[in-house]
Ligand binder design. Structure first.
Ligand SMILES: Cc1cc2nc3c(=O)[nH]c(=O)nc-3n(C[C@H](O)[C@H](O)[C@H](O)COP(=O)(O)OP(=O)(O)OC[C@H]3O[C@@H](n4cnc5c(N)ncnc54)[C@H](O)[C@@H]3O)c2cc1C
Length: 380
């Protein structure tokens, strides 16, 4: 479907990401996923294309501009490698750069931001806790003021990039219960009292690492607080918008893979003396998949236009996120059905995408929470 917001610059940016993914990622995605890791050089190579620099000033190695369409193009093209764990391995950094760029003091930014943006070092966002991720306002990790320091105590769970990141943006309770008592902190991984263990045996996203982080009286300078004290909930919610949009764009890429692989297979596979593509049942599956992709893509483009206008339509971002994961669930299931037994075998993109639907439906704000947020935005 033609995008009315496409410009020469956006098309060129998308083309550069697409050719990088085809050349440097797709041929290795399966092996990396099976091995449970991507080479660190990938972070730096893709960082050199500017993909981590949106909204970051040139002084810190950023692009000095932001463009939601380019952000979306990056996520979509990357997802087309067929292993969204590769995107997740790179993505912990993406969702933590915003708070560092917007809220960290100059010392921290001078020390780390250019290296993070270039992909030389990793950073992660740590909000979810073992006791729950949906109800952010009830987080239990505390940060107690002690002179010129805060002392952080608690645990974070499921943190993407957690085993490899050098720096963390951590949510912790600094005030009374509820959403008004949360603050964000910048924490270096080598601070005494910090430790981590890897989350093993996941359903998908094998190429990326997730960790449980332990904070056992981790002392950080008071100046490591990101933004205002007790305003962390709002900052976390604002940051979620771009995370969710990038997930929607990634799901568009995953659905396009489902469609492409379904069409290719249906054209070459013969049953009952004719190609599968001639069967009306299969043709209808392809029509339904294609229509769902168009709808999510058009919705995403509209939201990107609004975001570029300086508004962030929270209700629409939420609706787009659960609409995309529902559409992806449909496309992955139908693609698997079209491929038949061949789709069930490890080493093909559909088998992996089928396993990776659920993390899209749960991570970054689950379908239930997205629906709830959308309705609350309607004033209900
Ligand atoms: C692979 C992976 C990577 C992740 N990476 C990160 C990361 O980098 N950083 C980070 O901070 N977090 C990360 N997360 C955590 C993720 O954001 C949470 O899993 C998610 O927010 C849901 O939280 P939960 O799993 O604790 O589920 P819970 O909050 O315990 O909820 C359980 C289920 O109940 C539903 N539910 C909850 N409340 C209600 C309600 N009131 N009404 C109806 N249904 C409800 C939820 O939708 C969910 O389906 C990651 C998770 C995964 C699986």
């Amino acid at each position: 479907m033609r995008n009315p917001f496409e410009t020469e610059e956006r098309a060129a940016f998308r083309a550069s990401i697409r050719s990088f993914v085809e050349r440097e990622i797709a041929p290795h995605a399966d092996a990396w996923d099976e091995a449970g890791d991507v080479p660190w050089a990938l972070h730096e190579k893709i960082g050199a294309l500017g993909v981590f620099g949106f909204g970051v000033s040139e002084a810190y190695g950023g692009l000095d501009f932001d463009d939601c369409f380019m952000r979306a193009a990056y996520s979509e093209e990357l997802a087309k490698c067929g292993a969204s764990g590769v995107a997740a391995a790179l993505g912990g950094r993406s969702i933590s750069i915003g708070p560092i760029e917007k809220l960290a003091n100059e010392e921290i930014k001078d020390r780390v931001l250019a290296d993070i943006v270039a992909g030389r070092i990793g950073s992660s966002l740590a909000i979810t806790e073992p006791s729950g991720g949906s109800d952010v306002a009830r987080m239990k990790t505390t940060a107690r003021r002690d002179g010129n320091h805060y002392v952080i105590k608690g645990e974070k769970a499921f943190i993407t990039g957690g085993m490899k990141s050098d720096h963390f943006v951590v949510g912790a309770r600094t005030g009374e219960g509820g959403l008004d008592g949360i603050s964000l902190f910048f924490v270096d991984a080598d601070t005494p009292g910090f430790s981590r263990t890897e989350l093993a045996r996941k359903m998908g996203w094998w190429a990326s690492d997730q960790a449980t982080l332990m904070f056992d009286d981790v002392r950080v300078a008071a100046t490591n607080m990101l933004g205002e004290e007790n305003r962390g909930f709002l900052q976390i919610m604002n940051n979620f918008n771009y995370e969710r949009l990038s997930m929607v764009a990634g799901m568009v890429g995953m659905m396009k893979v489902c469609l492409e692989d379904s069409i290719n297979w249906a054209q070459q596979r013969e049953t009952f003396g004719k190609p599968l593509i001639r069967s009306q049942v299969i043709r209808h599956k392809i029509a339904d998949m294609s229509a769902k992709i168009d709808m999510v893509e058009a919705y995403l483009n509209h939201i990107c236009w609004q975001a570029n206008e300086g508004e962030m339509p929270v209700a629409e971002v939420s609706k787009a996120k659960f609409s995309a994961s529902k559409a992806l669930e449909f496309c992955a299931s139908e693609a698997m059905q079209i491929l038949g037994g061949a789709g069930y075998l490890r080493g093909n993109r559909i088998e992996r995408i089928y396993r990776e639907v659920k993390v899209q439906a749960i991570g970054g704000g689950s379908e239930e929470i997205m629906r709830d947020l959308a309705v609350r935005q309607m004033g209900l």
